[in-house]
Design a protein around this ligand. Structure first.
Ligand SMILES: Cc1ncc(COP(=O)(O)O)c(C=O)c1O
Length: 360
């Protein structure tokens, strides 16, 4: 088999080898059914067991109580930018958005199609390099929306923002879902495209409090209402069966790592090693401000675009792929989600140290 290399891609991203191996075995026959996982009917007994196990493991890992639905949707996190306001922003009402990067800006743009948006805070003044500590909320927001981890700028909320009492908190957690324990009761709705921390692209996890499903507009197309999926256990139409299957395996793998607390400890260790090096380096510098730094996407530069290019090429030769920063910001980005191995962080540190020595 071709040797696997260290993949720092921001998403789709590295998956646990154990998950890929189990999936490989089940591609031709799921257990002893004689039918591969992708070929099973979504109404059949074999797939139903996969579907139910994925939901049960999700609930167990994050301690999701019965007053929340766990939904497996399609359309990526980007469709949630629209579904959230379509369902929850009634005419005449205002939704508050915390703007901490490009993905929050995109969420705002979609909400503005449905109703009024109030920007409660923004970190655009310093190129989204920090998480604002203060918000100014509108009088009675329908909900407050934030992006827990800013994949492009390498910043992350250390904890949930304080919001007005009784206002549903809604979170795009696409790039840090299940990377640390989740105080689910703080949230009205959390969504995440799977392709960073949970599985392959094509499935979106939505965890939504039941009263918000009930409150959702009934005037929307069937496929745009949360209740459609809530009422049918995400089986109204053909769900992304393979993605849900892989998600279930990833949940099982997270459980084996000690659950969300276990992966958080590993994530903190990996990120700390990189930031410690960056903070004393004479050649590289982290772009996110201390106190706002992401444990998932570590963004850094040399300060010289040509040298950045050279570093990325050097790293690639050493078997480290996907380190190029997002096209809108340049520089480097090491995406080190749950499944990214600690050995890959060591390998990156070695290449950075060598590069620093040679360039000085
Ligand atoms: C924080 C965040 N939100 C939303 C998206 C868009 O996700 P999707 O491609 O699943 O629509 C991304 C993609 O990278 C992201 O990082």
């Amino acid at each position: 088999m071709t040797q696997r290399i260290f993949n720092f891609s921001a998403g789709p991203a590295v998956l646990p080898v154990e998950v890929l191996e189990e999936a490989r075995d089940n591609l031709l026959s799921l257990g002893n059914t004689g039918i591969g996982i992708m070929e099973h009917s979504h109404r059949g007994k074999a797939y139903m067991a996969v579907h139910e196990e994925a939901e049960a493991l999700c609930r167990e890992l994050a301690g999701i109580p019965d007053d929340y639905h766990v939904l497996f949707l399609q359309g990526g996190a980007s469709l949630q930018f629209s579904m959230v306001p379509m369902n929850l922003l009634r005419p005449g009402a205002t939704a508050d958005y915390l703007v901490t990067g490009v993905w929050s800006q995109k969420a705002v743009a979609e909400a503005q199609r449905c109703g009024q948006v109030h920007v409660a805070c923004s970190s655009q003044d310093r190129s989204f390099s920090y998480i604002p500590s203060q918000c100014q909320f509108s009088t009675h927001p329908a909900y407050v929306h934030f992006t827990s981890n800013n994949t492009i700028f390498g910043t992350q909320f250390a904890a949930e923002p304080e919001t007005p009492a009784g206002v549903p908190l809604i979170c795009d957690a696409s790039s840090d879902i299940f990377s640390r324990p989740l105080p689910i009761q703080r949230y009205g709705l959390i969504y995440a495209g799977a392709q960073k921390n949970l599985g392959p692209s094509g499935v979106t996890l939505v965890i939504i409090r039941k009263d918000l499903v009930e409150a959702g507009s009934r005037d929307l197309g069937t496929m745009l209402q949360y209740r459609t999926f809530a009422e049918d256990h995400s089986l109204y139409n053909t769900p992304p069966t393979f993605g849900i299957y892989i998600m279930g395996l990833v949940f099982k793998w997270i459980k084996q790592q000690g659950g969300l607390a276990g992966v958080e400890r590993l994530n903190r260790e990996k990120a700390a090693r990189l930031y410690q090096y960056l903070d004393q380096s004479q050649r590289f510098r982290a772009t996110a401000e201390p106190g706002s730094r992401s444990l998932m996407n570590i963004t850094f530069v040399t300060g010289d675009a040509a040298l950045d290019e050279k570093f990325i090429a050097t790293a690639k030769k050493a078997g480290l792929d996907g380190l190029k920063g997002h096209r809108s910001v340049g520089g480097m980005r090491a995406s080190i989600y749950n499944a990214f191995p600690a050995a890959g962080v060591d390998a990156l540190l070695n290449v950075m140290r060598d590069f620093e020595q040679q360039a000085s």
